[in-house]
Design a protein around this ligand. Structure first.
Ligand SMILES: Nc1ncnc2c1ncn2[C@@H]1O[C@H](COP(=O)(O)OP(=O)(O)OP(=O)(O)O)[C@@H](O)[C@H]1O
Ligand SMILES: [Mg+2]
Length: 241
């Protein structure tokens, strides 16, 4: 589904992403972990054309080269992301926020009615439909994160990139969110690429984990393999594992 080869991103002299290659298959949930500043968000930003990679990188989504393609056109192809800092439209209702997702989705120009319908359907799937008419600014953080997920879902993604969606949540809220993400894969066939620092969240649900450190991919494997990997323990997991 996604095939990344020799992805490199420099900021001045700093190599934020250092020749990283990996694949994500259909229906897979893949975790992306690593210390602060490892280059995780920059990797997402480069895949979604927020940043341009250094020449020589290949990013293929569904067999099509997406390097240089505008972010919204990439989203239209079904590669959709959430942000490390929640970005809901505060002045809009929960339903309007979710419907906005449909506007940026695979269907180029849904009618307002269709967009609202897809937004409502996404809210139901996420379990936020009872808050449809609430102003987004009034939601607590856990529900804002659910709303980000609903908005992404309304755009009918095939691959969802999640940037620290579990941070700042209670263990109970994390369990709920993790369950929703698993259902997205199981019931909607959405593939997931998920950056997370909360190991209990990501290790329990990911089929595979990729580890970045100082921009480099230092390991890749099942959660069990990653927990036992000496290089990863030294660079990141330490006594967390
Ligand atoms: N727009 C930018 N301009 C210059 N440097 C940047 C930019 N974005 C990121 N960096 C630098 O690139 C490196 C990787 O940052 P990035 O945000 O990708 O890390 P991260 O793995 O997401 O970290 P965290 O876990 O803290 O979110 C850091 O040294 C950061 O300061
Ligand atoms: Mg980050």
């Amino acid at each position: 589904m996604l095939s990344v080869t020799d992805l490199r991103k420099e900021f001045g002299g700093l190599v934020a992403v250092d020749d990283v290659s990996f694949d994500i298959g259909d229906g897979e949930i893949v975790g992306l972990i690593g210390p602060n500043g490892a280059g995780k968000t920059t990797l997402f930003n480069t895949i979604t054309s927020v940043h341009e990679p250094e020449p020589g990188a290949r990013i293929e989504f569904d067999g099509t080269d997406v390097v240089g393609l505008d972010t919204h056109l990439i989203a239209r192809r079904g590669l959709v992301r959430t942000f490390q800092i929640v970005r809901v439209f505060d002045e809009m209702t929960v339903l309007e926020n979710a419907a906005a997702g449909a506007m940026f989705g695979s269907d180029a120009s849904p009618s307002t009615e269709e967009a609202r319908e897809r937004g409502r359907e996404a809210l139901e799937f996420i379990g936020l439909d009872d808050k449809a008419d609430t102003l987004a600014s009034n939601l607590p953080i856990a529900q804002k994160k659910q709303l980000e997920l609903a908005r992404a879902l309304a755009s009918e993604p095939r691959l969802l990139l999640l940037d620290e969606i579990a941070s700042g949540l209670t263990p109970g809220e994390i369990a709920g969110l993790t369950d929703t993400i698993r259902r997205l894969r199981d019931e909607r066939g959405v593939s997931v690429f998920w950056i997370e620092h909360i190991m209990d969240a990501i290790m329990g649900v990911a089929d595979r984990i990729i580890v970045l450190n100082s921009g480099k991919k230092i390991a890749e494997g099942t959660p069990e393999q990653i927990r036992a990997n000496e290089t990863v323990i030294e660079a990141y997991l330490g006594d967390e594992a």
